[in-house]
Write a protein of this length. Sequence first.
Length: 211
Amino acid sequence: MNIGSKIKKLRIDRQMTQEQLAEKLHVTRNAISKWETDKGIPNIDSLIELTKIFNTSLDSLFSNEEIALITLENKENIEYAKNLVYSIILVAVYALIGILIPHYSFKYDPTSGIVVFVILLPLSYTLLGIISVLIKVRWPYVVISSALALTPIYIYFDSLATIGLGFWGIVYLILYYASYFILSGIIKSSMIKSNPVRLKKYFLITSLVIT
């Protein structure tokens, strides 16, 4: 018997409707329906509540393999949600770097073009690439987010009559990708010989010092 069938049987044995079980678990009836048809699985908190409602233990309710499956899938869902949030933040940060640094630099010093395009922006995007690795953003999210962030940056520069971004935007994007993928490779190759936590702290401190 699979996970969904077990939940359905226990609910029916106790003469509970999906709405009643959903109310006790503080979830929607649709969530219960998905669990019972194996289109979704409950999270760990809901599992614990299920054992209380049905007056049983987690071990008797599910096998070790099922608990491992639920734990793994919940971990993947959490990882997906985390990367999605980081992606939204990344779009904003990437765009703000490309807009605010030139805006305020040229506002207070119209002759600061070389400093902005050759020093400040390359350094900022390199550091952003390093930080993206340290907070464990997966590469598909990094690629999509940074590509999306180029749109507001180019719109901003197109609105200026005296400053053009041109191919520099692609150069910064390549720098960002390079710092991300190079550091990712270094960390992966060094994890075998070094303490990964210490290694990440080292890179984070280095990034902050450079900043």
